[in-house]
Write a protein that binds this ligand. Structure first.
Ligand SMILES: Nc1ncnc2c1ncn2[C@@H]1O[C@H](COP(=O)(O)OP(=O)(O)O)[C@@H](O)[C@H]1O
Ligand SMILES: [Mg+2]
Length: 511
């Protein structure tokens, strides 16, 4: 490692998206021969910074230096020509093409031309050297996720990148693939490559990083050099200390939860995994009327599975599920919804809307038999009810004819919410309901959930955003590895402890 001059340096990078300052005066330097971890919870600004470095977005201000010289990186192509490569969260490979073809395609936009025979030879050579062995003739669609990631890294190496940026590369990997990736890091490091490893997982950082930079709310809030990292200090940096926690407590708290009559109860509920999903283990959870129960956790801890379980999309192997005092363990999703369970998902297009159908048709989805008269839908009754719901939410009433797929994410989210809230639900399952929304829409979604609480609904709020959870929840649970590992009442939680539990860096608290 050369401690004298960084290969790449960013200085005072600021990037705003509307009212959000995604990067606020960020400084970062990368040296040859190091794994530099960029750590921070969801929304901290990590991806934004990596996109700025890779020329995917332009910063509002700040500068980038390569080997001490100021450079402009207007496009990813320019970044690649400068020796900067990036592996995105979603791979950019063409499934039908072979490994060789994918890599050859990637190389065509470089200022030099490489013969396919040479490419094939290099794939084998680099594969051996760095633990990236893949068959050059294999179609990408036949490769495991781990092997596809290897192809992405090979692409960058063959394109002569010296700085490799990997945005949450472990998110898609199985544990043994994660250790394989860290071994790849080791061998790349040994040959002087510089790796920017983006993650929100503390354990991974402790396992592989030479240096660590921690971001929170768009700012660099601290960091550690080789051998200095301290887990407790990292958690405090990542989530903010007590001071931050106090700031987050709003002074007023409406009526305490009545405790009368639970809306939903899970008793020792377990679910097997399907494919790569998380196994849910022995969940005990009660949601009362007029109460918001928050579930904190880093992604992939079983959040989606928990939502699916409550909605009736997956069945229990052990334990039971109760709805308003009735055993609902074997209820279908249709029955749950007919009985007043609403669902506000993260990605409405994927989860709760059909892009090819009109907005009007989407509004009738999941409303059961309510708007059916015989064999046809009573559209005017539907429009009246939905119009009232939009009005109550202070959302603009959308045009009903265009296909749902033509709407922006925020508009579609509003439509799904208006539909879901139109009939005074008893229970609202909200899964990352504000992720991807602009600040104003996010605020109105939170207001809406609060109003539903005042109206007596029980609300399950699953989020990765600790501040949102701290602001909204009457009680908070921590989900880790498919189990509930902590429960806190409002006023009792310390975000630092919640952070530890979320990342598995400390054992279960009182539960
Ligand atoms: N294209 C965008 N438009 C609007 N806001 C964005 C955009 N990209 C990121 N943001 C916002 O910037 C902040 C930082 O996001 P991001 O860099 O993706 O964080 P991280 O990668 O650490 O999770 C978040 O509040 C996010 O909502
Ligand atoms: Mg990100």
């Amino acid at each position: 490692m050369n401690p004298i001059a960084p290969i790449l340096e960013v200085r005072r990078i600021t990037k705003r998206y509307g009212a959000v300052t995604a990067n606020d005066q960020v400084d970062l330097s990368l040296y040859g021969g190091e794994v530099h971890a960029l750590l921070g919870e969801n929304g901290a600004g990590k991806s934004t910074l990596s996109k700025v470095i890779y020329g995917f977005t332009r910063p509002d201000s700040g500068e980038i230096l390569l080997a001490g010289k100021q450079v402009v990186v207007p496009t990813p192509r320019e970044a690649r020509a400068l020796g900067i490569g990036m592996v995105f969260q979603n791979f950019m490979l063409i499934p039908a093409l072979s490994v060789l073809e994918n890599i050859a395609l990637f190389l065509t936009d470089l200022p030099f031309i490489v013969h396919p025979k040479t490419i094939e030879k290099r794939i084998r050579e680099f594969g051996e050297r760095f633990g990236l062995v893949v068959d050059p003739s294999a179609p990408v669609r036949q490769l495991s996720v781990g092997d596809q990631q290897k192809v992405e890294i090979l692409k960058l190496l063959l394109a002569q990148a010296r700085v490799l940026i990997l945005d949450e590369p472990t998110k898609v990997l199985a544990p043994h693939e994660v250790s394989a990736l860290f071994r790849i890091f080791e061998s790349l490091k040994a040959e002087g490559y510089s790796i920017l490893f983006i993650t929100h997982k503390l354990r991974e950082v402790m396992a592989c990083a030479d240096r660590i930079t921690v971001m929170r709310q768009g700012r660099v809030v601290g960091g550690f050099g080789p051998g200095e990292a301290d887990l407790d200090a990292l958690v405090t940096m990542m989530f903010g200390g007590q001071e931050a926690a106090e700031q987050l407590e709003p002074a007023e708290r409406a009526v305490p939860p009545s405790g009368v009559g639970s809306i939903l109860e899970l008793r020792g509920a377990s679910c097997p995994a399907q494919g790569s999903e998380t196994v849910l283990r022995g969940l005990d959870l009660t949601i009362g009327a007029g109460e918001i129960v928050g579930v904190a956790g880093v992604s992939g801890s079983g959040q989606k599975e928990l939502g699916d379980l409550i909605l009736g999309l997956r069945s229990l192997s052990v334990g039971s599920k109760w709805f308003c005092g009735v055993d609902a363990s074997s209820w279908s999703i249709a029955r749950m919804r007919e009985n007043g369970v609403a669902f506000v998902p993260e990605d409405p297009l994927l989860m709760a809307a059909v892009p090819g159908m009109s907005v009007r048709e989407n509004l009738v989805l999941g409303t059961g038999s309510r708007y059916w008269k015989g064999v046809s839908v009573d559209w005017s009754a539907l429009e009246t009810a939905m119009g009232e719901s939009f009005h109550a939410l202070a959302f603009p009433v959308p045009r009903l004819d265009p296909p749902a797929g033509a709407l922006s994410g925020g508009n579609l989210q509003r439509i799904v919410i208006a539909r879901e809230m139109a009939h005074k639900p008893k229970l609202v399952v909200a899964l990352y309901p504000t992720r991807g929304l602009d600040v104003r829409s996010a605020t109105s979604v939170r207001d809406l959930l609060r109003r539903a609480r005042e109206g007596g609904s029980g609300i399950l709020l699953i989020s990765e955003d600790l501040e949102e959870l701290a602001e909204m929840s009457d009680r908070m649970f921590v989900l880790y590895g498919g189990a509930l590992v902590g429960e806190f009442k409002r006023g009792e939680w310390q975000l630092e402890e919640v952070g530890h539990l979320m990342t598995g860096s400390r054992g279960a608290a009182h539960a």
